[in-house]
Design a protein around this ligand. Structure first.
Ligand SMILES: C=C(O[C@@H]1C=C(C(=O)O)C=C[C@H]1O)C(=O)O
Length: 437
């Protein structure tokens, strides 16, 4: 196992037990109106100190780092899992609320590729604030000597807009990327694979540090059916729930098959109808649902896989979506379920191994933690892991620089120009959040 170079964080000896205390909170208010979870995040110099998993005002936010693990390589899931098991097995927990997400929690994010230096990171914040069904709580976490005192968090001054933001091609220009899509279609037509998801990146440079709270708040305003996340400098709004485990119930929202929105409601409704009938999109969707159902089945005593998808409407695009559910039949944790699902056909392709090789050959970039699982887990192993989509990753040493990513499922009927347009549409949430559009 490799650990992050900062000995103060990653290498804190596990012999020092974690102490976590959760207390109920009165709903915080800002000038007489209810405060939101995201408005409680304090301004921090390092964007990696901000953690978030919020949807429609509910979820958890955290700041600081009581404990952290970074690990790389093909065993990164198992090593992260084992580390968390050891941390919680010795943790001293006082939890006065007792719902999923209370007590000690780890936010996490895992690289798409086994060989990526980005690896897997688990962060246990010093302070976590949660809200669910109108109940609020505060968890403070530390080691015996240094548990922060529980102080009710208050709404912070609004973050400022990023300045002087410019965008540049990443590994490939869009024309070059369209060429790679054509090559992928040829390989599909030749029978090498059925589907492959190809992604591209964009580089972002601002004049000064970009406040992750600005991005999170903008994303939450516009994309209320997504999970707005920040983990160790990876920030975005994903519509895709890889797996949620709560008290033995497993759920997954599979997305694949996309159409851009026009902004005209009548026209969009007609487009939604054509998406639901498009054999190209239904085929692409079917591969993704099957890959998720096949991975979950060994862990579930019963499962419900709907026969046909529904259309999920987001502000920028619409997706074919299927909600898969199951009852957990063993003691697998949410992170281990995420590991068994990764990479699903929604971000890789079919068959998985060949598609993965085609991705490595055609994309010309490291996806980093884009398209990998991102989410959180509690001491019981319950948690939520989305797929890190519609996101950007802060560059290692520059809080004013990010890389944005977007990808598209390519099947036999894919047209390169349409795929470029679809990837552009998937970049819109982050681009708009960065430019204040
Ligand atoms: C790969 C991305 O999205 C995935 C690909 C989709 C598609 O090709 O239709 C739809 C949703 C996601 O599963 C992305 O947003 O970058």
């Amino acid at each position: 196992m490799t650990t992050s170079p900062d000995p103060g964080l990653a290498a804190r000896p596990l012999g020092t037990p974690l102490v976590a205390r959760t207390v109920a909170l009165d709903p915080p208010v800002s000038s007489d109106s209810p405060a939101t979870l995201l408005s409680l995040l304090p301004a921090l110099d390092d964007p990696r100190e901000v953690s978030s998993w919020v949807r429609r005002g509910e979820g958890i936010v955290g700041w600081g780092r009581a404990l952290e693990l970074t690990t790389t390589g093909p065993h990164r899931f198992a090593e992260a899992q084992e580390w968390w098991r050891r941390v919680v097995s010795t943790a001293v927990v006082r939890d006065e609320v007792g719902v999923p997400g209370t007590g000690p929690v780890a936010f996490g994010s895992v690289s798409y590729a086994a060989e990526s230096p980005a690896g897997a990171t688990l962060i246990v914040p010093e302070v976590v604030v949660g809200c669910r069904d109108g109940r609020w709580w505060l968890t403070t976490i530390g080691t015996d000597a240094s548990v922060p005192a529980p102080a009710a968090p208050s709404p912070q001054a609004a973050p400022t807009e990023p300045e002087g933001v410019t965008f540049a091609d990443g590994a490939l220009s869009s024309a070059e990327w369209a060429g790679r899509v054509s090559q992928a279609v040829e390989r599909i037509t030749a029978g090498e694979i059925d589907k492959v998801v190809l992604a591209r990146d964009l580089r972002v440079q601002a004049d000064k540090a970009v406040d992750p709270r600005w991005l999170l708040q903008r994303l939450a305003e516009r994309y209320d059916t997504t999970w707005v996340f920040a983990v160790d400098g990876l920030v975005g709004a994903t519509p895709e729930m890889l797996v949620r485990l709560e008290k033995g119930l497993v759920t997954s929202r599979v997305l694949a098959g996309t159409i851009r929105r026009t902004g005209d409601d009548g026209h969009d409704l007609a487009l939604a109808g054509s998406l639901a009938r498009s054999s190209k999109d239904l085929e692409e969707h079917e591969y993704a649902v099957r890959s998720v159902a096949d991975a979950l089945r060994p862990h579930c005593s019963s499962m419900n896989v709907p026969e046909s998808p529904f259309v999920l409407h987001l502000s920028n695009v619409m997706h074919l979506a299927t909600d898969v559910a199951g009852v957990l039949g063993d003691r697998t944790t949410s992170l281990a379920l995420a590991a068994s699902l990764h990479p699903s056909a929604a971000v890789c392709g079919t068959p998985t191994e060949v598609a993965d090789r085609v991705i490595a050959e055609l994309e010309d970039m490291d996806r980093g933690r884009y398209a990998g699982p991102v989410g959180w887990m509690d001491a019981a192993g319950d948690g939520e892991w989305g797929i890190a989509l519609r996101c950007g990753a802060y560059e290692a040493d520059d809080p004013a620089a990010l890389r944005l990513f977007a990808g598209c499922g390519i099947v036999a009927g894919s047209d390169p120009e349409s795929e470029v347009a679809e990837s552009d549409a998937k970049l819109v949430p982050m681009r708009d959040a960065l430019t204040g559009a």
